[in-house]
Design a protein around this ligand. Structure first.
Ligand code: HSE
Length: 408
């Protein structure tokens, strides 16, 4: 007969409930694999359970409460007591990760959090184990299922933003308060975690520049189709000139970028390194049972004795002078000289146009341009001046473009 692994489960929301069911369903298989049969021995919710008692009686703590407190206090106490912890808490790890990694190092307890980033995709396992020998230069990710679902439904089925968000909530993808999903904060937290692991420097959520999808319009999505571009909320973590940049922005992708074909609630993470060229992992990034599967995978790793060492990391040198390619959409009066003036302003700031399209708009014209990579500060200065020109009829719309394309 196999030993029992007693799990102290903190939280019984969408993921916690699914995890409890999955443990019961997979207990025999896990016992066969690891020699330990998992069972939920204690449950802490808002209305039941005592943390200290659960901690004392458990072999492993699974934290699925979310948010900072009291999750931080419970995770820290468990690690200090030498108990392995599994968490899916991206907010916690992206703000207090360093102290928790140090606590785990100090007591020798394992801290596992595959489910905190990109749901069931094993992005963390791959970066920390499979690619440990590669010098990672860049990580791109679609790491929020709610926003990818919303953008996909708007593009494919013409759903309004509100209807698509409601569906994402009904399907259990969104956070209890979806502000962090649509505002980009959830993706930013996940990119901070990935950057820390990929580059070995400490990155916190407050060092990530991010925007969400709230200000995107159906027009942006339909113009993207006209230009054969796909609009996604993309996280980027990259090494630049000895420092790192971590950011999350809506971005257009060319069709041959691996993230362009990631639709619905699926997430994907692309890792680039000279040693490996590029690999992309994709799969469900949100949802109760999917996320619970990743938590259970972490339990198997702990029971199998796979160690994860995260030595102390120096603070990242965050680079803010970065280059991006851009899409620029202008509504203008249709008269001689307009295009020349716009082009002159862009030229003044060294911005080079890659492609251009003009359409008649009744009384005026729509100019849509895609720029080559250029320093962001110069481009925004140029757009600020263009916005003040007398023939501009509406606030210019600017969206970043990821130029990379990967082919066989
Ligand atoms: N709300 C998150 C998402 C769930 O939409 O991706 C997984 O972290």
């Amino acid at each position: 007969m196999s030993d029992v692994c007693k799990i102290g489960l903190l939280g019984r929301g969408t993921v916690g409930g699914a995890f409890a069911g999955l443990v019961a369903e997979r207990a025999d298989a896990i016992a066969a694999l690891t020699g330990k049969r998992p069972e939920i021995a204690g449950l802490l919710t808002r209305s039941e359970g005592d943390f200290q008692q659960i901690l004392a009686e458990s072999d492993v703590i699974v934290e699925l409460i979310g948010g900072i407190e009291p999750a931080r206090e419970y995770v820290a106490a468990a690690l200090a007591a030498g108990k392995p912890v599994i968490t899916a808490n991206k907010a916690l790890l992206s703000t207090h990760g360093e102290e928790l990694y140090a606590s785990a190092n100090g007591s020798g307890a394992q801290l596992m959090f595959e489910a905190a980033v990109a749901g069931v995709i094993p992005a963390i396992r791959v970066i920390e184990e499979s690619l440990a020998g590669a010098h990672v230069e860049r990580v791109h990710g679609i790491v929020n299922g709610t926003t990818n679902y919303i953008l996909t439904e708007m593009a494919r089925n013409g759903l309004s933003y509100d209807d698509a968000l409601r569906q994402a909530q009904d399907l259990g993808y969104a956070e209890a308060d979806p502000t962090a999903d649509v505002g980009g904060g959830d993706a930013a937290a996940k990119m901070a975690i990935l950057a820390r692991l990929a580059f070995g420097v400490s990155v916190t959520l407050e060092q990530v520049a991010y925007e969400g999808i709230e200000s995107l319009t159906a027009d942006d999505i339909s113009y993207a189709k006209e230009f054969d571009l796909v609009l996604k909320l993309v996280g980027t973590a990259e090494r630049i000139n000895g420092g790192v940049s971590v950011r999350v922005f809506p971005a257009f992708l060319y069709p041959s970028h691996p993230l362009a074909s990631v639709h619905g609630s699926f997430n994907a993470v692309t890792v680039e390194s000279p040693a490996i060229t590029e690999i992309t992992m994709s799969g469900p990034g949100a949802g109760g049972i999917q996320t619970a599967s990743a938590v259970l995978g972490d339990l198997v790793s702990i029971l199998s004795g796979v160690p994860r060492n995260r030595p102390p990391a120096a603070p990242a040198d965050i680079v803010t002078d970065i280059e991006s390619a851009f899409y620029l959409h202008l509504e203008v009066e249709d008269r001689p000289g307009v295009l020349a003036e716009v082009a002159a302003k862009l030229g003044d700031y060294g911005v080079s146009v890659r492609s251009f399209n003009q359409q008649e708009l009744g009384e005026g014209a729509r100019l849509v341009m895609v720029m080559h990579r250029t320093p962001e500060k110069g481009f925004f200065a140029a757009v600020g001046e263009i916005a003040g020109l007398p023939f501009i009829k509406a606030e210019p719309r600017v969206i970043r473009v990821i130029e990379e394309e990967f082919t066989d």
